[in-house]
Ligand binder design. Structure first.
Ligand SMILES: [Zn+2]
Length: 228
Protein backbone atom coordinates (compact mmCIF):
# COMPACT_ATOMS: atom_id res chain seq x y z
CA UNK A 1 0.00 0.00 0.00
CA UNK A 2 1.76 3.16 -1.11
CA UNK A 3 1.36 6.62 -2.56
CA UNK A 4 4.18 7.45 -4.98
CA UNK A 5 4.61 10.84 -6.64
CA UNK A 6 5.67 10.18 -10.26
CA UNK A 7 5.61 13.70 -11.71
CA UNK A 8 4.08 17.08 -10.80
CA UNK A 9 0.36 16.47 -10.37
CA UNK A 10 0.60 12.67 -10.80
CA UNK A 11 0.64 9.97 -8.12
CA UNK A 12 0.51 6.18 -8.27
CA UNK A 13 -1.73 4.73 -5.53
CA UNK A 14 -0.76 1.10 -5.10
CA UNK A 15 -3.06 -1.24 -3.19
CA UNK A 16 -2.46 -4.97 -2.82
CA UNK A 17 -4.11 -6.11 -6.04
CA UNK A 18 -4.10 -3.11 -8.35
CA UNK A 19 -2.85 0.45 -8.67
CA UNK A 20 -4.78 3.50 -9.76
CA UNK A 21 -3.40 6.93 -10.62
CA UNK A 22 -4.37 10.31 -9.17
CA UNK A 23 -4.04 13.45 -11.27
CA UNK A 24 -4.24 17.11 -10.26
CA UNK A 25 -4.59 20.36 -12.15
CA UNK A 26 -5.58 23.89 -11.11
CA UNK A 27 -9.29 23.01 -11.17
CA UNK A 28 -9.34 19.74 -9.21
CA UNK A 29 -8.49 16.05 -9.23
CA UNK A 30 -8.99 13.10 -11.52
CA UNK A 31 -8.36 9.37 -11.40
CA UNK A 32 -7.25 6.79 -13.92
CA UNK A 33 -9.22 3.73 -12.70
CA UNK A 34 -10.73 3.59 -9.23
CA UNK A 35 -8.77 0.66 -7.80
CA UNK A 36 -10.38 -2.03 -5.70
CA UNK A 37 -9.80 -3.51 -2.23
CA UNK A 38 -7.67 -1.09 -0.20
CA UNK A 39 -7.80 1.71 -2.77
CA UNK A 40 -10.50 3.82 -1.07
CA UNK A 41 -8.28 4.59 1.93
CA UNK A 42 -5.34 5.37 -0.35
CA UNK A 43 -7.37 7.78 -2.50
CA UNK A 44 -8.72 9.53 0.59
CA UNK A 45 -5.24 9.83 2.11
CA UNK A 46 -3.74 11.15 -1.12
CA UNK A 47 -6.47 13.80 -1.36
CA UNK A 48 -5.98 14.84 2.29
CA UNK A 49 -2.22 15.14 1.76
CA UNK A 50 -2.99 17.63 -1.01
CA UNK A 51 -5.36 19.58 1.26
CA UNK A 52 -8.45 18.32 -0.55
CA UNK A 53 -11.42 16.09 0.22
CA UNK A 54 -13.66 13.76 -1.79
CA UNK A 55 -15.59 16.65 -3.34
CA UNK A 56 -12.44 17.65 -5.26
CA UNK A 57 -12.67 14.50 -7.41
CA UNK A 58 -14.14 15.48 -10.76
CA UNK A 59 -13.27 12.91 -13.40
CA UNK A 60 -12.67 9.15 -13.35
CA UNK A 61 -11.39 7.62 -16.58
CA UNK A 62 -11.55 3.81 -16.71
CA UNK A 63 -9.05 1.90 -18.81
CA UNK A 64 -11.68 -0.88 -18.91
CA UNK A 65 -14.62 -2.20 -16.96
CA UNK A 66 -13.24 -5.09 -14.89
CA UNK A 67 -14.23 -5.01 -11.24
CA UNK A 68 -10.70 -4.29 -9.96
CA UNK A 69 -10.75 -1.03 -11.94
CA UNK A 70 -14.38 0.10 -11.63
CA UNK A 71 -15.09 -1.42 -8.20
CA UNK A 72 -14.93 1.85 -6.25
CA UNK A 73 -16.54 4.12 -8.84
CA UNK A 74 -20.09 4.16 -7.40
CA UNK A 75 -18.70 4.50 -3.85
CA UNK A 76 -16.68 7.53 -4.97
CA UNK A 77 -19.72 9.06 -6.70
CA UNK A 78 -21.61 8.88 -3.39
CA UNK A 79 -18.89 11.06 -1.83
CA UNK A 80 -18.29 13.24 -4.84
CA UNK A 81 -21.66 13.67 -6.60
CA UNK A 82 -20.12 15.67 -9.46
CA UNK A 83 -17.68 12.87 -10.31
CA UNK A 84 -18.01 11.97 -13.98
CA UNK A 85 -17.13 8.35 -14.79
CA UNK A 86 -16.15 7.53 -18.36
CA UNK A 87 -15.32 4.26 -20.10
CA UNK A 88 -15.25 3.14 -23.74
CA UNK A 89 -18.70 2.28 -25.13
CA UNK A 90 -17.71 -1.38 -25.64
CA UNK A 91 -17.04 -1.75 -21.88
CA UNK A 92 -20.23 -0.24 -20.43
CA UNK A 93 -21.55 -3.79 -19.81
CA UNK A 94 -18.41 -4.66 -17.85
CA UNK A 95 -18.58 -1.43 -15.84
CA UNK A 96 -22.23 -2.10 -15.03
CA UNK A 97 -21.55 -5.67 -13.91
CA UNK A 98 -23.72 -7.17 -16.64
CA UNK A 99 -21.27 -8.21 -19.39
CA UNK A 100 -22.16 -11.52 -21.05
CA UNK A 101 -18.86 -13.40 -20.96
CA UNK A 102 -18.30 -16.13 -23.57
CA UNK A 103 -15.88 -19.03 -23.96
CA UNK A 104 -12.91 -19.22 -21.60
CA UNK A 105 -13.58 -15.71 -20.29
CA UNK A 106 -16.67 -17.06 -18.52
CA UNK A 107 -14.18 -17.85 -15.74
CA UNK A 108 -13.67 -14.08 -15.40
CA UNK A 109 -17.42 -13.58 -15.28
CA UNK A 110 -17.72 -16.23 -12.56
CA UNK A 111 -14.94 -14.60 -10.51
CA UNK A 112 -16.55 -11.17 -10.84
CA UNK A 113 -19.93 -12.66 -9.96
CA UNK A 114 -18.46 -14.01 -6.70
CA UNK A 115 -16.58 -10.79 -5.93
CA UNK A 116 -19.44 -8.33 -6.51
CA UNK A 117 -21.52 -9.20 -3.40
CA UNK A 118 -18.39 -9.72 -1.28
CA UNK A 119 -17.12 -6.22 -2.07
CA UNK A 120 -20.46 -4.42 -2.18
CA UNK A 121 -20.19 -3.62 -5.88
CA UNK A 122 -22.71 -1.19 -7.33
CA UNK A 123 -22.67 0.07 -10.92
CA UNK A 124 -21.60 3.71 -11.32
CA UNK A 125 -23.48 6.36 -13.29
CA UNK A 126 -21.61 6.59 -16.57
CA UNK A 127 -21.03 9.85 -18.45
CA UNK A 128 -20.37 9.97 -22.20
CA UNK A 129 -18.14 7.16 -23.50
CA UNK A 130 -14.46 7.56 -24.24
CA UNK A 131 -13.65 7.68 -27.95
CA UNK A 132 -10.43 6.67 -29.69
CA UNK A 133 -8.40 9.78 -30.56
CA UNK A 134 -10.32 12.04 -28.19
CA UNK A 135 -8.17 14.51 -26.26
CA UNK A 136 -9.34 15.44 -22.78
CA UNK A 137 -8.00 18.88 -21.95
CA UNK A 138 -7.42 18.26 -18.25
CA UNK A 139 -4.44 17.22 -16.11
CA UNK A 140 -1.85 18.09 -18.73
CA UNK A 141 -3.83 16.57 -21.61
CA UNK A 142 -5.02 12.97 -21.96
CA UNK A 143 -5.39 11.32 -25.37
CA UNK A 144 -7.58 8.22 -25.58
CA UNK A 145 -6.03 5.25 -27.42
CA UNK A 146 -8.32 2.27 -28.00
CA UNK A 147 -6.28 -0.88 -27.21
CA UNK A 148 -8.77 -3.78 -27.33
CA UNK A 149 -7.90 -7.37 -26.46
CA UNK A 150 -8.11 -7.68 -22.69
CA UNK A 151 -11.67 -6.37 -23.18
CA UNK A 152 -13.31 -5.00 -26.33
CA UNK A 153 -13.29 -1.48 -24.91
CA UNK A 154 -9.87 -1.53 -23.21
CA UNK A 155 -8.18 1.87 -23.66
CA UNK A 156 -4.87 3.50 -22.90
CA UNK A 157 -4.48 7.21 -22.20
CA UNK A 158 -1.45 9.19 -23.32
CA UNK A 159 -0.59 11.77 -20.66
CA UNK A 160 0.81 14.57 -22.80
CA UNK A 161 2.46 16.42 -19.90
CA UNK A 162 4.79 13.48 -19.17
CA UNK A 163 4.74 11.57 -22.46
CA UNK A 164 3.67 8.41 -20.61
CA UNK A 165 0.85 5.96 -21.41
CA UNK A 166 -1.61 4.78 -18.78
CA UNK A 167 -1.90 1.28 -20.22
CA UNK A 168 -4.37 -0.48 -17.91
CA UNK A 169 -4.10 -4.26 -18.19
CA UNK A 170 -2.13 -4.37 -21.44
CA UNK A 171 0.43 -6.37 -19.42
CA UNK A 172 1.43 -6.84 -15.79
CA UNK A 173 4.74 -6.61 -13.92
CA UNK A 174 3.57 -7.39 -10.40
CA UNK A 175 6.51 -8.57 -8.24
CA UNK A 176 8.82 -7.66 -11.12
CA UNK A 177 7.63 -10.53 -13.31
CA UNK A 178 6.34 -9.56 -16.76
CA UNK A 179 3.28 -11.38 -17.95
CA UNK A 180 0.41 -10.92 -20.33
CA UNK A 181 -3.10 -11.00 -18.85
CA UNK A 182 -4.10 -14.69 -18.49
CA UNK A 183 -6.40 -15.95 -21.29
CA UNK A 184 -9.40 -16.49 -19.00
CA UNK A 185 -9.41 -12.74 -18.23
CA UNK A 186 -9.47 -11.69 -21.88
CA UNK A 187 -12.72 -11.22 -23.78
CA UNK A 188 -11.42 -9.90 -27.14
CA UNK A 189 -8.14 -11.82 -27.63
CA UNK A 190 -8.25 -11.67 -31.44
CA UNK A 191 -7.45 -7.97 -31.20
CA UNK A 192 -4.14 -8.45 -29.34
CA UNK A 193 -1.72 -8.54 -32.32
CA UNK A 194 -2.93 -5.22 -33.72
CA UNK A 195 -3.15 -3.68 -30.24
CA UNK A 196 0.41 -4.73 -29.34
CA UNK A 197 1.70 -3.29 -32.61
CA UNK A 198 -0.17 -0.04 -32.02
CA UNK A 199 1.02 0.31 -28.42
CA UNK A 200 4.63 -0.40 -29.42
CA UNK A 201 4.52 2.35 -32.04
CA UNK A 202 2.98 5.05 -29.83
CA UNK A 203 5.17 8.15 -29.40
CA UNK A 204 5.53 7.80 -25.64
CA UNK A 205 8.53 7.31 -23.37
CA UNK A 206 6.99 5.20 -20.63
CA UNK A 207 4.09 2.97 -19.65
CA UNK A 208 2.03 3.02 -16.46
CA UNK A 209 0.37 -0.39 -16.00
CA UNK A 210 -2.35 -1.05 -13.43
CA UNK A 211 -0.70 -4.21 -12.06
CA UNK A 212 2.97 -3.37 -11.67
CA UNK A 213 6.08 -3.19 -9.55
CA UNK A 214 7.89 0.05 -8.64
CA UNK A 215 10.06 0.20 -11.77
CA UNK A 216 9.96 3.55 -13.57
CA UNK A 217 7.59 4.04 -16.53
CA UNK A 218 10.50 3.89 -19.00
CA UNK A 219 11.47 0.43 -17.71
CA UNK A 220 7.86 -0.77 -17.89
CA UNK A 221 7.78 0.22 -21.56
CA UNK A 222 11.11 -1.49 -22.29
CA UNK A 223 9.77 -4.70 -20.78
CA UNK A 224 6.68 -4.51 -22.99
CA UNK A 225 8.78 -3.94 -26.13
CA UNK A 226 11.03 -6.89 -25.24
CA UNK A 227 8.04 -9.23 -25.03
CA UNK A 228 5.82 -8.10 -27.87
ZN1 LIG B 1 -8.66 -6.28 -16.33
Amino acid sequence: MSIAPLAPGLWRLRANIVACYLLRDADGFGLIDSGWIGSRALIGRALREQGADWSALQLLLLTHGHIDHVGNAAWLQERSPELRVRVHAADTGHAGGRHAYRGLSRVCGWLEGCARPLTGFRPPRLAEPLADGEVIERFGGLEVVHLPGHTAGHCGLIHRATGWLFCGDLFSTTLGIFHWPPPFLNSASAAFPATHARAAALPVGGFLPAHCDNAPPETQRERFLRHC
